[in-house]
Every structure is written in structure tokens, then in C-alpha cells.
Ligand binder design. Structure first.
Ligand code: BES
Ligand code: MN
Ligand code: ZN
Length: 495
């Protein structure tokens, strides 16, 4: 998709489709007023008919509108103009884009210069528009014989808001499209089945991204190399699998070589059967999504390289498959982590933390400014938060505030849970330094408590995305979260 800023009166713009906003109860935006005036009061008539009243997200297409240089006039409902915050604006834009993509229009112009979004800038609107355009045009086709057609539209333009700099609006359109592409990449990796998206597949994906950017260096460590690093915890998860575990290292340099990086760590369990602590059969297919943390890291790395962010960033992915077999780790087995701590594996289904702890220890070598791990870690996070928000646990209060703020502006929200010492004894073991489960209560917190013991040397946050990473049911599919949040966070960092 191509994006541009196009100035000019709404009735002078050439495009296959011109979109204007109509407010709740038929109030017309400036652009809609002009289209109405040159168009024989056509919009007013539609609004009076009450077929279209401007409720948030409603759309209506008028063909061959009078007075416009366009085959289509798209009316987008904006709801109550006073209630137009970022969330509602995004809903409105998405509805408009979906209407464009459902039509055969090859181009569309959003005449929304007069739009005022509470607490957000015109740049935010442009960024959101291109991000939503990318994500709304994603189609999953890889394993289908009948492919759904790509959307016809390939050109989207926007009117510049008064007072905004054209250059910065153009930059915003570029950012949004790069973020949308990163989200789609993460979604696609998540959606691919476990027999295609293996640890090696994720490694190849990272390698392919690296080959496109001279600013990115990729290293792939196999089981032998991880053995030499004494990653006994991570390796215990893949012990039952025929697929080789991979540690994927993506080093992006946007600043001076010696500038300390921010590190992202992704849980990449390409399928989680539970291992010997086998999961029940119902819905187990969804455990192909247990690599969505990894997918988000890979998506973010592709996006930051495209955006040329002026900082150094390292993406680390622990990619494994958790299978039961005669070589699999058994409940009660004790493994030694790279940090030297022994771990009693009381439940082989609590495998994510076993993977992450060794990758967190690996992250120490970078002396990172911050480390954020992203993981579909606990069913308890789904029970606590449902799908709207990712759980956030951290050893740094400032980082918590920062991530909450980034979540708000990127509409990819996180919310904190306490990470208190009081929970730590739940992980006591009679036979090892620590147990890998803390019992049935406070599951998201005890999982983070476990990780915190391997994150003492840096500023760290853990995002449990078990509820937010994918949709179940008829709309089953990965969401690409929290790519938008992480790109927002990294965009705010300085070298
Ligand atoms: N990948 C799962 C967590 C999960 C479950 C995410 C369901 C989304 C939906 C994780 O590896 C797991 O199995 N966690 C266990 C931990 C328990 C054994 C302490 C869980 O949450 O049940
Ligand atoms: Mn599990
Ligand atoms: Zn898992």
C-alpha cells in the first residue's frame, strides 16, 4: 500500500473514493459540509432518511456523487464528536478502511483534516490510519487452496491538518505502515501451524529479515551451542522434541556501537503440548500460538530496522517445541539453568519460564538499558484480564509507568500486577533452588516471580500476553500484540 498527503478542497481531489466524517445525529464535519454543498445537499438527505446517522463505525457509500471528482463518496460515522478519543478515532478509521477494502476502489482519500482527536496530534491520526490500513488488509492464505483476493486499493491519501508540517505527517504515515507490517508479520507467524512454524522456521524468518538490513546482525544458536552455554533449563523443554531448539539473536544497531541496547526477549514455544504433564485435548490446537511472544519480537525488529530508530536493540527468541516422549523431561526432574540455579520441574507444562530464564541470563552480556520479555505464559493471565489488556510485572516502577503510557497511545494496553516478595515462598522446593510452579493461586504473579530471580541485574518488565496474543472462536487468529506497544516504547528511547 502507498500512502501520501494530498492537499486541496474535498471537491478538487481525484480519487476512487473520498471519505468524510459524519457525526452522530447527522452533524457534518467541515469536509462533509463542503461535499454536501457542492452535492445538492445529498448528504443531508441521506442523514434525514435515517438510514445513516453517523453512529461510530457506521459507513455508507454514495456512488457517482454530484460535485466531486470521485466515483464514490464514503460517509464514515464518527459518533459524538466530543467523545472522539484515540480509541474511537481508531475504530472510525478502521470502519472506513474496511468499507474501502470491501469495494473495488483502487485508491481512497481521507478528507479528515478538520478532525480533532482528544489528546492526540494530527501525526497520531496519520500513523493510525496507515497502521490500520495495513492490518485491515492482512489475509491468511498460506495453507488454503482457495486464496482470498488481495484488496484492490493500493493508494491511500489524507488531507493535511491545518498547522501540521507536511513532512512530519508523511513520516507518520511511514511509521504507521511499518508498524502495521510488523503486526502482520507477528500475526502471520502466530497463525502458521506448528508443523510449519517450527523453531527452525522462526530462525529462518529472522535470518531473512537480517539479510534485508545492513543494520541488523543475526546469530542462530543450536542445541550444541546452548549446551556449551549451559542452558540446561531451556534445553530441558525441548528434550522430548525431534525439532532442534534455537536461540535466535537479532542485533540491530541504530546508534554508536558502544551504546548500550534495549533487549526484547520472546517466548517461542512453537507448540506446547504440556510435555509429560500433558494438556487436555480440547482446544489444544491453540497452543500453536505459544510462540506469539517470539513473533512479536521478530515483528518489532523488522519494524525498527525499517524505521531506522536511532538506538541499539537486541531481539532474543528462545524457540523450542514442548513434546512428551521417552526423552522428555519428567515431573520431579531437576535441571541446572545457565545462571547456575537448580530448578525442580514440578510441571512440564510450566515450560515458558524454563525457556525464558536462560534467555534472560543470556541477555546479561549486553549490559542492557532495559529488558522486556513477552510471553504467552499463564492461563491465569487470561482468567485475570481476558483479552483486552496484557499483564505487566516489573522490577522498576518508572518502567511500569512508561509502558502503561505507551499502551494508551498505541491502543495496545498493559496493566500491572504486583511483584511482591511475599509471593516468592510459593516457589520453594525441597530438592532444588527453586520450583517451576507456585501452586494454583496467583499463577501470573508466581510465574513472574520465577523470572524475576533471573532478571536481578537489569531494569526489567515482563508482559504476559496469554490473553491478548490471539482470538479464539470464529475469529480465531493471532492479533500481533504487543508489537505496537513495543515500537512505541522503543521510539521514545534515546541512545
Ligand atoms: N502456554 C501456556 C499458557 C497458556 C495457557 C496461555 C492457555 C494461553 C492459554 C503455558 O505454557 C502453560 O501451560 N502454563 C500453565 C502453567 C501452570 C502449569 C503453572 C498454565 O497456565 O496452566
Ligand atoms: Mn505450558
Ligand atoms: Zn506454554
Amino acid at each position: 500500500m502507498k500512502y501520501s498527503i494530498k492537499a486541496g478542497a474535498t471537491n478538487k481531489i481525484n480519487s476512487d473514493c473520498i471519505a468524510v466524517v459524519v457525526w452522530n445525529k447527522g452533524g457534518l464535519s467541515e469536509e462533509a459540509q463542503l461535499a454536501d454543498k457542492v452535492g445538492d445537499k445529498g448528504i443531508s438527505k441521506i442523514v434525514r432518511s435515517e438510514d445513516f446517522t453517523g453512529t461510530l463505525g457506521q459507513t455508507h457509500i454514495v456512488y457517482n456523487p454530484i460535485g466531486l471528482k470521485s466515483k464514490r463518496l464514503l460517509l464514515i460515522g464518527g459518533g459524538e464528536s466530543k467523545k472522539l478519543d484515540g480509541k474511537n478515532a481508531a475504530r472510525m478509521l478502521t470502519a472506513g478502511l474496511k468499507a474501502v477494502f470491501a469495494s473495488k476502489a483502487a485508491s481512497a482519500h481521507f478528507a479528515i483534516a478538520s478532525l480533532n482527536v482528544k489528546d492526540e496530534t494530527p501525526e497520531w491520526v496519520c500513523q493510525r490510519l496507515s497502521q490500520e490500513a495495513e492490518t485491515a488488509s492482512y489475509r491468511y492464505n498460506t495453507t488454503k487452496s482457495t486464496k482470498s483476493k488481495a484488496v484492490r486499493a493500493n493508494l491511500i491519501s489524507v488531507s493535511p491538518s491545518k498547522g501540521a508540517r507536511r513532512k512530519s505527517l508523511e513520516e507518520a504515515l511511514k511509521s504507521g505502515s511499518a508498524i502495521g507490517a510488523g503486526i502482520n508479520r507477528a500475526r502471520h507467524l502466530g497463525n502458521l501451524p506448528g508443523n510449519i512454524c517450527t523453531p527452525s522456521y522462526l530462525a529462518d524468518e529472522a535470518t531473512a529479515i537480517g539479510s534485508k538490513h545492513s543494520s541488523m546482525k543475526i546469530k542462530i544458536l543450536g542445541e550444541k551451542q546452548m549446551g556449551r552455554l549451559k542452558m540446561g533449563s531451556l534445553l530441558s523443554v525441548s528434550a522430548g522434541s525431534a525439532e532442534e531448539a534455537k536461540l535466535i539473536v537479532m542485533e540491530y544497531k541504530g546508534a554508536k556501537a558502544d551504546s548500550k541496547p534495549h533487549v526484547l526477549v520472546g517466548k517461542g514455544v512453537t507448540f506446547d503440548t504440556g510435555g509429560i504433564s500433558l494438556k487436555g485435548g480440547g482446544g489444544m490446537d491453540e497452543m500453536k500460538f505459544d510462540m506469539c511472544g517470539a513473533a512479536s519480537v521478530i515483528g518489532v525488529m523488522a519494524t525498527v530496522a525499517q524505521l531506522k530508530l536511532p538506538i541499539n536493540i537486541v531481539g532474543l527468541v528462545g524457540a523450542v517445541e514442548n513434546m512428551p516422549s521417552s526423552t522428555a523431561t519428567k515431573p520431579g526432574d531437576i535441571v541446572t539453568s545457565m545462571a547456575g540455579k537448580t530448578i525442580e520441574v514440578l510441571n512440564t507444562d510450566a515450560e515458558g519460564r524454563l525457556v525464558l530464564c536462560d534467555v534472560l541470563t543470556y541477555a546479561e552480556r549486553y549490559k542492557p538499558r532495559s529488558v522486556i520479555d513477552i510471553a504467552t505464559l499463564t492461563g491465569a493471565a487470561v482468567a485475570t484480564f481476558g483479552s483486552h489488556v496484557s499483564a505487566l510485572l516489573s522490577n522498576n516502577d518508572k518502567l511500569i509507568e512508561e509502558l502503561i503510557d505507551c499502551g494508551k497511545s498505541s491502543l495496545d494496553r498493559v496493566w500491572p500486577l504486583p511483584l511482591w516478595e511475599e509471593y516468592q515462598p510459593l516457589l520453594n522446593s525441597n530438592f532444588a533452588d527453586i520450583a517451576n510452579i507456585g501452586g494454583p493461586r496467583a499463577g501470573t504473579i508466581t510465574a513472574a516471580c520465577f523470572l524475576s530471580k533471573f532478571a536481578e541485574k537489569f531494569k526489567w518488565a515482563h508482559l504476559d500476553i496469554a490473553g491478548s496474543a490471539w482470538h479464539s472462536g470464529a475469529q480465531k487468529g493471532a492479533t500481533g500484540r504487543p508489537v505496537a506497544l513495543l515500537v512505541e516504547y522503543l521510539s521514545q528511547q534515546k541512545a
